[in-house]
Design a protein around this ligand. Structure first.
Ligand code: FES
Length: 275
């Protein structure tokens, strides 16, 4: 059992959780994830660690309510327990020393930039973050990100806050020399379509790009093969070899198709939870 210490609603469908998890906090690194299970017999879902505090022994997660399990978790509050939290799992995100790194977060993916930007800045990297959402009410954690970014850019589809347009369009302007200028490395975390657009934006100018893949997972430890993604024509297991991969090598068509494989079952499961 893992105790929830704090919760905060960030948007109508997104919630922040701080968990008492000293063993996970001790070794967690940016880009890694945990597997959660909320009830006996329930599914296990991967959630990328947004941030961690080794001293306090806590980890932070941001969960978007999309299916049965995330709906059950979203109903929990401080003082409640989560049945299983296993991790940290996966490989940490690695970038070359001293690089100017641009983290690009879409929707609740922006949360994962928290720990990443903090670690990179502490190591002496120049850090830029671009976060985006459909409108200003869906933007999350901009204030928390700011202290660890040399430059923070906000984008909204409707122009209600910051740059009017997609994060990939803002990134393109930076690569062309605007604002903080061309990054040496981009790390994109968010919806698959957004990560694909970011990878396409950086392909021509040859900016190294990592994308944090979010495939279906069962065990999270490399045993079931459920999380495989095609990278450079080879099958890779996101739970051990990822979840971050070279965005220019990922086959997004296959990844998007595989993520839709159980849409019908997921819908039925959500209907049972909502009954
Ligand atoms: Fe089973 Fe990755 S989740 S191999």
């Amino acid at each position: 059992m893992t105790r929830i210490l704090e919760t905060r609603r960030l948007t109508p469908v997104t919630k922040y959780f701080r968990l008492d998890a000293p063993l996970i906090a001790r070794s967690a690194m940016p880009g890694q994830f945990v597997m959660l299970r909320v009830r006996e017999g329930g599914e296990r879902i991967p959630i990328t660690i947004a941030d961690y505090d080794r001293k306090a022994g806590t980890i932070s997660l941001v969960i978007q309510q999309v299916g049965a399990t995330t709906t059950l978790i979203s109903a929990l509050e401080a003082g409640d327990d989560i049945l299983d939290v296993a991790g940290p799992l996966g490989s940490p995100i690695e970038v070359a020393a001293g690089a100017h790194v641009c983290g690009v977060g879409g929707g609740f993916g922006s949360a994962v930039l928290l720990g990443l930007m903090r670690e990179l800045k502490a190591k002496g990297h120049r850090t830029t973050a671009i976060i985006g959402a459909r409108n200003k009410d869906l933007l999350i954690l901009a204030d928390e990100l700011k202290p660890n970014c040399d430059h923070l850019a906000i984008c909204t589809d409707d122009g209600s806050s910051g740059f009017k347009g997609f994060v990939s369009q803002q990134l393109e302007r930076f690569i062309e020399g605007e604002g903080p200028g061309r990054p040496d490395c981009v790390v994109a975390i968010g919806p698959m379509a957004m990560m694909r657009a970011v990878a396409e934006t950086t392909r021509g100018p040859k900016v190294k790009t990592l994308v944090s893949m979010d495939p279906l997972m069962v065990d999270g430890t490399g045993m079931c093969g459920g999380c495989r993604v095609m990278v450079g024509g080879k099958a890779q297991f996101a739970c051990v070899e990822g979840p971050a991969f070279d965005g220019h090598e990922v086959d997004f068509d296959v990844a998007m198709r595989r993520n839709k494989a159980y849409v019908k079952e997921e819908k039925q499961s959500l209907e049972r939870v909502n009954c």
